[in-house]
Design a protein around this ligand. Structure first.
Ligand SMILES: Nc1nc2c(ncn2[C@@H]2O[C@H](COP(=O)(O)OP(=O)(O)OP(=O)(O)O)[C@@H](O)[C@H]2O)c(=O)[nH]1
Ligand SMILES: [Mg+2]
Length: 230
């Protein structure tokens, strides 16, 4: 979807209070280290290296923001967050990242949707469940969330169907989708969902009106009472 491809780097910050406030919907990509957050952002935005993806877990160590919007007008922001649960990180680093992420999820005012990425071969882990618990009060106030089951290319069709229905039962009312960056599975569907979340009034991006006679306003129609004539 063209809207997603407009993504551009906005800023990076190690702490919540270093992030600039934004006045458009912000969608956070969260999940275990190595789940595929950065890769999915690159795939959805069709940009090879917008977000840093790596075989080495723990690659993303800051909150990175990317702006979306046509003609340079930002109408949404994506946030790539550091992953959690990476065993080889020191305990103090782990605790620091968990604190940064929880503060972000609880306090970031512009946050309007969370995409929780999950490797379906691991399922929702304890840390994923803790995250879902942490955001539940905000979900009740309208925060949207999507569980994105990544690396679908590693599963057979029937394994995918099974994990999809199990995760739907455990996702507490959130959306659930299968996704593969490798096979481009689920890309359009997820892009559309995020578009609708950021444009709940259903407005399409501005396009010039077609220059057809039918599209032009009839000149001889009298103004109706609720159409002020100036
Ligand atoms: N087969 C396959 N591999 C994937 C897919 N998505 C991501 N990967 C691989 O998974 C590894 C981790 O991907 P990242 O996108 O860096 O993961 P991350 O969640 O951002 O990790 P952190 O930044 O450490 O939190 C990389 O080796 C990717 O190539 C996918 O759809 N299919
Ligand atoms: Mg990453």
């Amino acid at each position: 979807m063209g809207w997603m491809h407009t993504a551009r780097f906005l800023t990076t910050a190690a702490q919540l209070h270093h992030l600039p406030p934004v006045d458009v919907p912000e969608i956070a990509f969260v999940g275990r280290s190595n789940a595929g957050k950065s890769t999915s952002i690159n795939t959805l935005t069709q940009q090879k290296q917008l977000a840093f993806a790596s075989k080495k877990p723990g690659r993303t160590q800051h909150i990175n923001l990317f702006a979306l919007g046509k003609q340079g007008v930002t109408d949404a922001v994506l946030a790539d967050l550091p992953g959690y649960g990476y065993a080889a990180v020191s305990r103090s680093d782990k605790e620091r990242w968990q604190r940064v992420m929880l503060n972000y999820l609880m306090q970031r005012e512009s946050l309007s949707a969370v995409v929780l990425l999950c490797d379906p071969r691991l399922g929702l882990t304890e840390l994923d469940e803790a995250l879902l618990d942490a955001i539940r009060p905000r979900v009740e106030q309208g925060l949207k969330f999507l569980v994105l089951l990544t690396k679908a290319d590693k599963l057979t069709r029937s394994e995918q169907a099974k994990i999809l229905s199990i995760t739907k039962l455990n996702a507490g009312g959130g959306e659930v989708r299968m996704f593969s960056a490798l096979k481009k599975q689920g890309v359009d569907d997820v892009a559309q969902l995020l578009w609708h979340w950021c444009h709940p009034d259903g407005l399409k991006p501005a396009t010039p009106a077609p220059a057809t006679p039918e599209a032009a306003a009839p000149v001889d129609t009298p103004a109706t009472p609720d159409t002020p004539v100036q």
